[in-house]
Ligand binder design. Structure first.
Ligand SMILES: CSC[C@@H](O)[C@@H](O)C(=O)COP(=O)(O)O
Length: 352
């Protein structure tokens, strides 16, 4: 069974505390929007799709408990709470786009005179609950399209060796994963020889989370340190790189975990195809290019310490941007649930 980062049933939400993985498995209760904001901001739950789903579900939990008979007040509160949730982490766009859709829904339910306050609440909560199912369906489609694209690009029918960065699996989504979903599909098709995952300093999503998922799924895998990527491409004949995305601009520039950009440069040098796997909810058509993506900066402590143990010289200054932007020119294709798009064709070809 694949790992479950989000446990939800009507009125109950728990998330797997990713700060404790891989050594401890503990679920944390999310009892409303305040808890939702905290678990996202502290990165107990992380990964662009999971952030959006947990944020919105935390609102569903809170709404269910509230007894409000005034639709206008409900609408206003919903908008304020969604905007608050979006502020928990700024780079991933999925939660912002989900919030915009939900605010539009709240506006139309509030304006419709045939909809009672109870109907409003019920329909609003159902719409949030659907996100869980849709995300898994989308990820499976991404997995299938990505697997086909990589296999179709081979000159001879062979097994593939793939490199990935950060964590994009069941832990970062409602299930199955995006880039890790592609890897899962290659493995299911019996065409994956090996996957290499980077450690992903400083938060170590690769060493802690991706490695954990790969071991759990019994997928043949090896962990490397971030600075080994060039050596790996030189020595091991990598077939493709597949990474996730936190925000893709209309021109294909892609913000993803810090270190992605340098892997794309190294891939170009070695002639290795570089794919971004992301649902359409990660594409921000309102941004013309990656230059205007806001990059989250995280506390120094993520760099200076591992757990409670200090590893950096006391007194040193730190710079800790959590994401970087890979220019579209370095990206071979963007794998979505609707197919694989050339980055420069994204704007015109992605279904609106
Ligand atoms: C399917 S997850 C895609 C991205 O969100 C992932 O690659 C990533 O950068 C996660 O960053 P994180 O800081 O762990 O939330």
């Amino acid at each position: 069974m694949s790992l479950e980062s989000i446990r939800y049933e009507r009125g109950k939400l728990q998330i797997l505390d990713q700060l404790l993985l891989p050594l401890q498995t503990r679920y944390v209760k999310v009892q409303g929007v305040e808890d939702g904001w905290k678990v996202i901001n502290k990165m107990q739950v992380r990964g662009a799709p999971a952030i959006a789903i947990v944020g919105c579900l935390s609102l569903a939990i809170e709404l269910l408990k509230e007894d409000c008979s005034d639709k206008k007040i409900m609408r206003q509160e919903i908008e304020g709470k969604l905007n608050y949730l979006v502020s928990a982490r700024p780079t991933a766009v999925n939660i912002k786009l989900a919030a915009d859709d939900l605010i539009n829904l709240a506006n139309s339910l509030s304006a419709d005179e045939d909809v009672t306050a109870n109907d409003f609440k019920e329909r609003f909560i159902i719409s949030i609950e659907k996100m869980l199912i849709k995300d898994i369906e989308d990820n499976k489609a991404i997995g299938k399209f990505g697997c086909e694209a990589i296999l179709n690009s081979l000159e001879v029918d062979s097994h593939v060796r793939v490199l990935t960065h950060c964590n994009t699996g069941s832990l970062a989504t409602a299930g199955y994963g995006t880039a890790l979903g592609v890897i899962r599909s290659l493995h299911a098709a019996k065409r994956l020889e090996h996957v290499y995952c980077t450690e992903t300093r400083p938060y170590n999503q690769g060493a802690r989370l991706t490695a954990y998922e790969l071991v759990h799924e019994k997928i043949p895998a090896t962990l490397i340190v971030d600075s080994m990527v060039s050596a790996l491409m030189h020595a091991r004949n990598i077939t493709a790189v597949v990474v996730g995305a936190d925000r893709v601009a209309a021109n294909g520039d892609t913000a993803n975990k810090i270190g992605t950009y340098q892997i794309a440069i190294v891939a170009k040098h070695h002639n290795v195809p570089f794919y971004v796997a992301a649902p359409l909810t990660s594409i921000d058509m309102a941004l013309r290019s990656g230059d205007s993506i806001k990059i989250e900066e995280r506390p120094d402590r993520e760099m200076t310490h591992i757990g409670e143990h200090r590893i950096a010289a006391p007194g040193i200054n730190c710079w800790n941007p959590s994401f970087d932007v890979t220019p579209a020119s370095l990206i071979t294709g963007i794998i979505t649930e609707k197919g694989v798009f050339a980055p420069n064709k994204l704007y015109e070809e992605v279904p609106k």
